[in-house]
Structures are given as C-alpha cells and as structure tokens.
Ligand binder design. Structure first.
Ligand SMILES: *Cc1c(COP(=O)(O)O)cnc(C)c1O
Length: 387
C-alpha cells in the first residue's frame, strides 16, 4: 500500500535578511571587531536590556557562560549549594559545578515542567546560595512563590531565561522581576548569532563586577595590566552583537505568531487520546514559545524514542526531552557527593516521568501556517495509533 503523504515544510531556522547582512558589514567596516574597539556590543546591550525592562545587560560568549558569570557575581563558589531543576538542559547545572558549588537537583511541576516551589523550599539548607528557576520552553516558573521564598530566606534567585526572550509574568518583563536573568543566543534559541549569551543584572554594582570578571578581571580603560579580580574571557564579538540587534528587532512579530499557533496546536494535541501538551499558568501572560512540548504519560523511554524517530520520518522536527540531570554521567564528576541516582530519582518523581515521556517540536514549527498545525496534530495522532 502506498499512500502519498503530505510532508509539512515549516519555515527554516535561523531566519535572517538584509538587516543581518547590513549589521555584519557595519561591524566589519568599523575595522575593530571586539567590544573595546566598536559600538555594536554596547548598543546591543542597551537595546536588549530596555526590551526586557532592565538597565544592566552584559553580553557574553554563550548562555552557559552567562549562567556561570551570574552565579559568580551572586557569590556562588566552593562550599555553597545551588538549587536547580532536575529537568533542564545540563548547562544550568554545569555552570554551578564549574564554580565548585554543589548542585541540588529539585523536582519540577508535571504540567509546566518548571521548578516546583514546595520541593524547592524543602531543599533549602544552610549552604544554599542561589535558586535557579528555568523558564521551560518559554513558560515561566512560578515567580510569585519563588520570589516569596527568596524574600523570606534571603537566598538569591537566578533566572535561567535561555528559553524566555520577551516573556512576561503578569505584565512584568524578565528584568522587572527583581532577579538576575541569563539568556542564550545559541543557534536554536529564539534569537541567535550561532552562539552568544547575556546576563541582565538588577543592580549597577553587579554589572560592574560582571564586566570585570567577563574581561579577565581588567577594569575598562586599564593600560597597566592591573587585573582587579579573577575572571575569564567571556566577551562577545562585534559581529555577534550586530546580528543580534537585527534578530531582536524581529522578535515581537515572531512571538505574536507563535502565541497564536501554540494556542491552536496545544488544543489540537490535547484532543488526542493519551497526549498532554505543556500546561499554561494564566499568570504567564506572554510566552515566546521556545519548543512545543507534550507528554505521552505512561509511555516508556524506549517507546518514546521510537515515537520521536517515527515523527521525524513523517517530517516533523521532533526531539526527545532533556534527560534528568542526575542521569547524565557528566553530572557525577562533581555531582551531589552525598546522594545516589536512586535517591535523587525517588525525590524527583515528576522529573522521572517527564524526562522519559516528553517530546518537543522545534519552535520553527510554530512559525508555520494554521493548516500546518492541523497537519502536525494529524501526523501525531496517526503515528501514535500505528505505534
Ligand atoms: C541553551 C541553554 C543554556 C545554555 O546556553 P548555550 O548558549 O548553549 O551555552 C542554558 N540553559 C538552558 C535551559 C538552555 O536551554
């Protein structure tokens, strides 16, 4: 039996046009290609922080370095602990581990896949220095509950906003929530220069320290090789910043389109037996939708992986969800010295389910047409029925 099947042709990612081309030429023609010699990085920092309602954005090499730098400025180092969702991309954990801190993986909400506030409170100890909510796929962690926890305990929040460019929580933008936020501009992210990252600090003093540390501890304008603090070279290039300025200008239109498509696709996906789209907390009133995520509750990890392969065969840009961080060998190089995988798994029942039964589609899917959203749901229903 041969059936001619429709293969959806979603828009490509990344997107670019003459604005990026003009930006690259502009950076090139400056004749100086690092931030100390040109104006693109500084201009991008101003535009990016204003867009998120803040003042002190610092552009860096990538999102992993953004987290590392932000954590360092918050005082994270040997002898401290950082609470991180057990379900996230490994950088959330690795950034703290690189600083010599102990990571405490904490369970997530089974509907939004974001850090669970009650489990977070239970994990706080005398050495906890920072709590890192990850806004999974653009959906905010519960910033009311976590903000209260932070205020009551005096422990800093650091938002891993690698998926959350342009997101809003009850009308407030990422930099209006009072805590440090770290972003990524890696190739797949919602705006990109191939690689890149940024930290938005709430306070000028934090920005100043971040600036020193991201430039080998060297004060701006120094000519005497006077390195005031420890640090590394996390400086963004002028080319990256020029591209990101063009990408930022396109973000609002893309978010509006993805919001429409995600609302439609979520409702279609929820109608399919045995499938649950990522939930939506009403307080998350602007979701930029990094990834369309859904669960197939009860499916085994192996069958989930086969389902992902089948969806790819049908033309969908499908991926298996992140693995629980404590199930990655790399985590255990420094890891949680007093705990085992089994103990962490027992503490994180939602993570155990979500990492094994969740699938995500690339966000370029959500830049497609309304008809394509129906086609995605059809393909998903057919593929599940055949499995
Ligand atoms: C992409 C990502 C990062 C790291 O960003 P890079 O720019 O790739 O280093 C951090 N946290 C999360 C949740 C991510 O998805």
């Amino acid at each position: 039996m041969s059936v001619s099947r429709k293969v959806p042709e979603f828009p490509v990612w990344p997107q670019f046009d003459d604005t990026e081309r003009a930006g690259l030429t502009r950076a090139l023609d400056q004749g100086q290609w690092w931030r100390m010699g040109g104006g693109e990085v500084t201009a991008f920092e101003e535009e990016f922080s204003a867009y998120h309602g803040g003042e002190y954005a610092l552009a860096v090499t990538n999102g992993t370095h953004a987290l590392e730098l932000a954590l360092q400025v918050l005082g994270v180092g040997p002898g401290t602990e950082v609470i991180v969702p057990a379900f996230t991309f490994i950088s959330s954990s690795q950034a703290a581990q690189r600083l010599g801190a102990t990571v405490v993986p904490v369970d997530v909400d089974p509907s939004t896949y974001c850090l669970d506030p009650a489990a977070t409170e239970a994990a706080i100890g005398p050495r906890t220095k920072a709590i890192m909510p990850v806004h999974m796929a653009g959906h905010f962690a519960d910033m009311d509950a976590l903000g209260k926890l932070s205020a009551d305990s005096g422990i800093s929040l650091i938002q891993d906003a690698a998926h959350a460019h342009g997101a809003q929580w009850q009308g407030r933008r990422v930099a209006e929530l009072g805590s440090v936020a770290a972003f990524s501009f890696q190739n797949g992210k919602l705006m990109t220069a191939g690689e890149g990252g940024a930290v938005i600090f709430p306070e000028k003093a934090q920005y100043d320290e971040g600036f020193l540390r991201h430039s080998c501890g060297r004060p701006p304008g120094d000519r005497g090789y006077f390195h005031a603090t420890s640090g590394s070279n996390f400086r963004m290039t002028e080319f990256s910043a020029a591209v990101l300025r063009a990408q930022l200008a396109r973000l609002d239109v893309q978010i509006a389109l993805r919001e429409q498509r995600a609302t439609l696709l979520s409702s279609l996906v929820d109608e399919i037996d045995g499938v649950e789209a990522q939930g939506r907390d009403e307080r998350c009133d602007r979701n930029p939708h990094y990834m369309m995520m859904f669960r197939v509750p009860g499916i085994t990890e192996q069958r989930r992986n086969e389902l992902v392969d089948a969806l790819i065969d049908r033309g969908l840009p499908a991926f298996a969800a992140f693995r629980a961080i404590y199930r990655c060998p790399g985590f255990w190089e420094t890891g949680a010295p007093e705990l085992s995988v089994d103990q962490l798994a027992a503490r994180c029942p939602n993570t155990e389910a979500v990492y094994a039964d969740t699938i995500w589609l690339h966000h370029r899917t959500l830049l497609g047409t309304e008809d394509q959203m129906h086609l995605v749901a059809e393909i998903l229903a057919e593929t599940l029925a055949a499995a």
